[in-house]
Design a protein around this ligand. Structure first.
Ligand code: PXP
Length: 237
């Protein structure tokens, strides 16, 4: 069955607006877990704008499902990940000024650096996934690294301005997911998915897991975290 990874970054964003102690991201993680989330996702950004090291240490202790740490390949972040030892690390590109992760990792151009980071993480028992655009060249490069997990960036699909454009980017996702599976990779997807656009992507049978954050946190403000997660799971089915 299609799995749901719940990204809780934006509970920490809300906390940081006041530099306070609420809301506590670990509470959100536990609520998501009891509502059936298959994994908890958190991104330790280089500028620490939301999730901090402390949050991840707490999450590592209390979360029973897979903890998926989104991270860049900056050396200090890789050092931290190797100490934390989450179940999975998802390598993402990172630009300081972006509001959110803008595109997939360019594995083709940064092959050596990504290889070094991935090998260090793997030596520490951490499964490595790469967040890439739905593009065959990038999938081939990930495969060449010997990695078995990719997360396809759904941003272009999610941000499509017309039905025609959405159809085009949906096809691109379908083809990339199929190609990834043919290469024996585990294919995940995420970014910009919400209660209105998720069903179509959930219908791509090669995709094993969706990672969703912002829309779930937004709905949670209105209906509570558990219900927000349950509603998303129902739509995915
Ligand atoms: N997957 C990855 C790799 C991401 O970087 C993000 C954003 O942090 C997400 C999924 C979730 O995106 P959104 O918050 O738009 O649902």
């Amino acid at each position: 069955m299609l799995k749901l990874g719940v990204n809780i970054d934006h509970t920490a964003t809300l906390r940081e607006v006041r530099h306070g102690i609420e809301p506590e991201p670990a509470f959100a993680a536990l609520a998501a877990q009891s509502a059936g989330a298959d994994s908890i996702v958190a991104h330790l950004r280089e500028d620490r704008r939301h999730i901090k090291e402390r949050d991840l240490r707490v999450l590592k202790e209390v979360v029973k499902v897979k903890l998926n740490l989104e991270m860049s390949i900056a050396e200090d972040i890789v050092d931290f990940a190797c100490k934390l030892k989450p179940g999975q690390a998802t390598l993402v590109p990172e630009k300081r000024k972006e509001l959110t992760t803008e595109g997939g990792l360019d594995v083709v151009s940064n092959f050596k650096k990504i290889e070094e980071a991935a090998q260090r993480l793997q030596k520490n028992g951490i499964g490595v996934s790469l967040f890439i655009d739905p593009d065959k060249e990038q999938i081939n490069a990930a495969r060449k690294l010997g990695l078995k997990m990719i997360e396809l960036h759904t941003g272009r699909y999610a941000e499509a301005k017309s039905e025609k454009e959405q159809d085009k980017f949906f096809k691109e996702m379908e083809e990339a997911a199929k190609y990834g599976r043919e290469k024996s990779m585990h294919v995940f997807a995420g970014h910009g998915l919400d209660y209105y656009n998720v069903s179509r992507i959930a219908g791509i049978k090669e995709i094993e897991e969706l990672n969703i954050g912002y829309s779930i946190v937004c709905r949670a403000v209105m209906v509570g975290f558990e219900r927000a997660v349950r509603e998303m799971r129902e739509l995915m089915r």
